[in-house]
Design a protein around this ligand. Structure first.
Ligand SMILES: Cc1cc2nc3c(=O)[nH]c(=O)nc-3n(C[C@H](O)[C@H](O)[C@H](O)COP(=O)(O)O)c2cc1C
Length: 263
């Protein structure tokens, strides 16, 4: 039976997890959530489906919520989620997913948190130190094997984040959601921009348009995934002031082509 893994990713961690689980499972496919939502026809999920995405402000990215609200789950019997995160306390994404599914009369079969490299450089810390990357990648690969095994057996393991219920309040997840689309006003490109346009191509939600050779953030669909900022070859995309001093990160096992959303 085919399994579909729907994924949302900014810098490739969640795509790498989706691909690894898919490879371990066999007979499965990975489908980009933004691309699926662009289709005219209704998205019909198969009997077994997975959803893989990064935690944002201890919660679920806006587009992932929208996807679950939109997708037709009539045929779906087994639903699992895999949430990639960076800090020790992954927060409440799995509980939120359970609630959204519940509203559709569905139950979450399994849910997993996977710690990966931190790409969130908008506050007081930088990308996870490079010396920790290898062990994080290796642990994530092992976890993908474990998850695939549980999914293959249709197991029912639902992991708990340490701050499952209060985490999203502490990080003001709702405040983030309220302004995520228009919050892109803080992005800008500096004069080192060579007009390559990669930022617009890797914006999976098509929120960047090149105007006179420079990126323009459209304040329509931004999810704050930071793909534009981390993937810029000239490192000349910033968000406010703090990112000027910070490193950049893309999952090394993912090719840039795999992050491009073109028609
Ligand atoms: C807007 C934003 C908010 C984030 N919030 C959290 C968070 O609350 N907790 C956490 O552990 N990681 C957080 N992260 C880090 C990512 O969840 C983590 O690095 C993830 O693996 C990135 O996945 P991706 O490469 O598929 O985009 C955040 C990242 C971004 C871009």
């Amino acid at each position: 039976m085919t399994t579909t893994l729907y994924y949302f990713t900014g810098t490739g961690n969640s795509l790498k997890m989706a691909k690894d689980i898919s490879q371990n499972l066999g007979n499965s496919e990975c489908v980009s959530i933004p691309k699926a939502l662009e289709q005219d026809q209704k998205i019909e999920a198969p009997e077994v489906m997975g959803i893989v995405f990064p935690v944002y402000y201890y919660g679920v990215p806006q587009i992932v919520r929208k996807f679950i609200e939109t997708v037709n789950l009539d045929k779906t019997k087994y639903i699992f989620v895999v949430v990639t995160f960076a800090k020790g306390l992954p927060g409440g994404a799995i509980s939120q997913i359970k609630k959204v599914l519940h509203l559709k009369g569905k139950e979450l079969s399994s849910g997993f948190y996977v710690r990966m490299v931190d790409n969130f450089i908008l506050w007081t810390w930088d990308v996870t130190s490079e010396k920790k990357h290898n062990s994080l990648h290796q642990n994530a690969e092992r976890k993908a094997e474990e998850i695939a095994q549980i999914v293959a057996e249709r197991g029912s393991k639902v992991e708990q984040g340490l701050m499952e219920h209060i985490g999203p309040f502490i990080l003001n997840y709702q405040g983030f959601l309220n302004k995520v689309n228009t919050g892109d006003k803080d992005f800008y490109s500096t004069e080192e921009c060579n007009s390559c346009g990669l930022c617009a191509k890797v914006c999976s939600v098509k929120n960047i348009k090149m105007v006179d050779g420079k990126p323009l953030w459209l304040s329509l669909t931004c999810q704050r995934c930071l793909a534009c900022l981390h993937l810029c070859p000239k490192k000349c995309i910033q968000f406010g002031e703090k990112t000027k001093k910070r490193k950049r990160y893309v999952n090394p096992f993912i090719k840039i082509n795999e992050l491009i959303n073109e028609d």
